[in-house]
Design a protein. Structure first.
Ligand code: KG4
Length: 340
């Protein structure tokens, strides 16, 4: 009989619950929080309050869409971290209470593992196409930029990571700085489609090995906009498409340079991307382009699995469950990877 996994995700500003039958998706409900838009970024206290309001209806909607009764759940998987502590606390407490009341096993999931394994969620009537192990995953989100060697669903080596900002942070902070709005990634992506990516150049970092840095390119954009605006106050309004296209191209060049290096060093040809920034249209096209040039098998997640969602937590939880891992009821959430 199939294992029914309920996944719960609340690490940042999306409350999500999903139900899988083994790895097949039965439902994936996401309640996003618009309350942060007015502040130009996620306000942690408001996020945890919104999770408190959303968690019960979201979980109950996920079960009802899946046609699954609470007693039919095999195991409950939840995001333990990393993320905002107040937000994680809501999902963790809810998952623990539900596991206790239903007498079901509880499985904890690292949010980043969820992003990495998102491509293993299967959907009814859709062909299965999954990378073979070991493969490389470029994990790019608001909090992380990493190149991960995925040896098996539960065994990962981080080959490189950012030494300062995450690439999503660079998108978001620069969008805010240019007065374009929040979240910056999708806004810059949209404007970049109408601009010339080769019109402006921004400083690229020189970091050894496979690590990344995005703080320099952010500062380069800041000084560029400041200097141009001093000469012409309408510069931003008249050139935003070209600025976004050139800035986005710089970020993608930085990401791809190290990914290509990692592929050469390891000889691995199955290459995936994951995390919120993997929704970026420029990055997705470049992956396909480089893949064709270099003989890679490229795996791009479906858009609905790029940003935070509980389906990826449920599938990661499923692998942990199969491996016999169980989580005690006194588990506490953790905000940083180092504490996981
Ligand atoms: O994975 P995610 O939903 O949350 C974290 O765990 O961080 O990623 C959110 C990040 C934000 O920085 C957002 O601007 C970025 O993903 N993002 C994008 C796009 N869509 C979302 N960045 C670039 N282009 C996009 N289309």
């Amino acid at each position: 009989m199939a294992d029914i996994i309920l996944g719960i995700e609340s690490s940042c500003d999306d409350t999500s619950a999903a139900v899988l039958s083994d790895r097949v998706l039965l439902s994936n409900v996401i309640a996003s929080q618009d309350v942060h838009r007015a502040y130009g970024g996620v306000v942690p206290e408001l996020a945890s309050r919104a999770h408190e309001l959303n968690i019960v209806p979201v979980v109950s909607e996920a079960l009802s869409r899946a046609g699954v009764k609470p007693e039919d759940i095999t195991a409950i998987a939840f995001t333990r971290g990393p993320g905002l502590l107040g937000s994680l606390l809501v999902g963790t407490s809810f998952a623990k209470s539900l596991a206790l009341s239903l007498e079901k096993p509880l499985v904890m999931v690292n949010h980043l593992q969820g992003h990495i394994l998102a491509g293993f969620v299967r959907e009814k009537d859709k062909p299965v196409r999954e990378p073979s192990f070991p493969y490389l995953c470029l994990l790019v989100s608001g909090g992380n930029s990493q190149i991960v060697k995925v040896n098996s669903p539960l065994d990962f080596d981080i080959l490189g990571q950012t030494i300062d900002d995450a690439v999503g942070e660079a998108f978001d902070k620069c969008s805010k700085m240019m007065g374009l709005g929040y979240p910056g990634g999708p806004i810059i992506d949209r404007l970049a489609k109408q601009g010339n990516p080769d019109r402006f150049t921004f400083a690229k970092p020189h970091i050894p090995g496979l690590d990344y840095s995005f703080s320099g390119v952010k500062t380069s954009l800041l000084y560029f906009v400041r200097d141009e605006m001093a000469k012409d106050p309408s510069f931003m309004d008249n050139n935003k498409e070209d600025i976004c296209a050139s800035f986005q191209k710089t970020l993608i060049d930085i990401l791809m340079d190290k990914l290509i290096k990692a592929a050469k060093q390891t000889g691995i040809k199955d290459i995936a991307i994951g995390g919120g920034v993997s929704a970026n249209s420029g990055l997705r096209s470049r992956m396909v382009e480089e893949g064709a040039k270099r003989g890679w098998n490229v795996f791009l997640p479906e858009f609905k699995f790029t940003t935070d969602n509980a389906a990826m937590i449920a599938v990661a939880g499923y692998f942990h469950y199969l491996a016999g891992e169980r989580c005690p009821l006194d588990v506490a959430p953790v905000s940083r990877i180092a504490d996981f």
